[in-house]
Design a protein around this ligand. Structure first.
Ligand code: EPZ
Length: 420
């Protein structure tokens, strides 16, 4: 397995472009199953998860056409069956996003039950119960979700017990072709849910309320094709800004959206960063100063995103003072903490909170990535270490960060990939 070799002690400086959002691209690719017209999806990031979703489409008998910029044209009229196999689903839990589209358009779907992962048990019970409320017959057996409906799904008034991003997305997609009106209460408000809704509306869906906690969908007979550009990745944006703050640097990120990062930008300002924003760019300047420790609590959007908790923990490791970070979304998202303590950090875990006492710098060490965002946080830890760090199992990082070492090299980092 490839590793990343990082020589710490460099302040990041320069400009980079942000790619399309992985967590918006994945549901939008699944949404192409809702029509037999051609849907062109642009601004897709070059990530393993995207190729896995395209591979899953291929597995269903749908042959995407991919151009040199990784824009994808999908016409699902060639679909041959409705089974998402375990071999693919085990590598990417977001495969569950084909469940709603297959069920509502073809009346059947068989999707491997996504297992848990490093950050938690990741159940999909809310996806299943919502689709059952819409009239689907769903059984879970031999590790597969087997769903069917005679005729069309029926619109329903659904209250999601927990805010679930892909759960909201699956139900919203299923509701676009259901009979009647579906109301999703306690819906996820994440920008990626809004991006999917906007793409579905461009395909002819009747959706309102996206971005709020109540989404209303009136089913239509069919959807048509469209061309849709995926929104910028707010998590990639935040990750580079946090890395620049931790290394006392000055960077500008372009092709991004400052309006969906307010909670993160506010925490970076609390850490001492000077932030300037434009319509599609953000500039962060630490003026060479060591960051101040911040305290935060993750929660569903618009609160501080769980996907940036590990990265901020890395910043707190080398900040002035102590900061506490509470994780309320996932039950086991502190796997990076033990690796950071091996690098000389001073982090105490108390239930779902970590208390970090900042030190001047970490000590490089061989560390191992366990999940996508923990990998990014270990790279940040390597960047703020006095000597060399190797990060192993970086296939996690390649799932969610496009060309991470090239982008960091553009910002002056001493980082390179060591093929295994
Ligand atoms: C999405 O995962 C993202 N993935 C995650 O990003 C992100 O961390 C998460 O939302 C929270 O923002 C994609 O969009 C592809 P949830 P998702 O359903 O939808 C519980 C990354 O790093 N829950 O919002 O799977 C669940 O256990 C990834 O890019 C149930 O109990 O997350 C969790 O505690 C990691 N039953 C909470 O809800 C269900 O049926 C939120 O999970 C569904 C969820």
């Amino acid at each position: 397995m490839d590793k990343l070799l990082i020589q710490g002690g460099v302040s990041l400086k320069g400009e980079i472009r942000i790619a399309g959002a992985k967590n918006s691209a994945l549901p939008i690719l699944a949404a192409t199953l809702l029509t037999h017209d051609t849907v062109k999806v642009c601004n897709l990031p070059h990530l393993y998860d995207i190729t896995t979703m395209i591979e899953l489409m291929g597995c269903l008998g749908v042959e995407p056409i991919i151009d040199e910029k990784l824009n994808v044209e999908i016409n699902s009229s060639s679909i041959k069956h409705f089974n998402a196999p375990y071999e693919l689903v085990k590598t990417m839990r977001a495969s569950i996003l084909v469940l709603g589209p297959l069920l509502t358009r073809y009346g059947q779907a068989e999707v491997a039950l996504p297992g848990g992962c490093a950050i938690g048990s990741r159940p999909v019970n809310l996806h299943i119960s919502a689709l059952q409320a819409m009239g689907a017959d769903i059984t879970v057996e031999n590790g597969y979700i087997k769903a069917s409906v005679k005729g069309k799904l029926k619109g329903a008034h659904i209250f999601m017990d927990l805010v679930t991003v892909t759960g909201t997305e699956n139900v919203m997609m299923a509701a676009t072709l259901a009979e009647g009106q579906t109301i999703i209460e306690n819906a996820a408000r994440e920008p990626e849910v809004v991006d999917l809704a906007n793409c579905l509306v461009a395909m002819g869906a009747d959706i309102s309320g996206q971005g709020g906690d109540t989404i209303v969908i009136n089913g239509v007979d069919e959807l048509h094709g469209c061309t849709y550009a995926v929104m910028p990745d707010r998590i990639e944006t935040g990750t580079y800004l946090i890395a620049a703050a931790a290394t006392r640097g000055r960077i500008k990120v372009k092709d991004t959206r400052p309006d969906i990062l307010e909670s993160v930008l506010s925490k970076l300002e609390q850490a001492g960063a000077e932030i300037k924003i434009g319509e599609n760019w953000i500039e962060l300047d630490m003026h060479g100063q060591r960051p101040r420790a911040v305290s935060l609590r993750t929660a569903p959007y618009p609160a501080f995103p769980t996907d940036m908790q590990a990265q901020f923990t890395a910043l707190n490791c080398v900040a002035k003072g102590s900061g506490s970070i509470t994780e309320t979304v996932f039950e086991n998202r502190f796997m990076h903490v033990h690796e950071m303590n091996r690098m000389g950090a001073s982090i105490r875990v108390e239930g779902n909170t970590v208390i970090v006492d900042g030190v001047e710098a970490l000590k490089g060490a061989p560390v191992m990535a366990t999940d996508l965002r923990a990998s990014a946080s270990l790279i940040i830890a390597g960047l703020v270490s006095e000597n060399e760090t190797t990060v192993d199992r970086i296939y996690h990082i390649d799932r969610g960060y496009e060309c991470i070492e090239e982008k960091l090299q553009l910002l002056g980092a001493k980082i390179r990939r060591i093929p295994s």
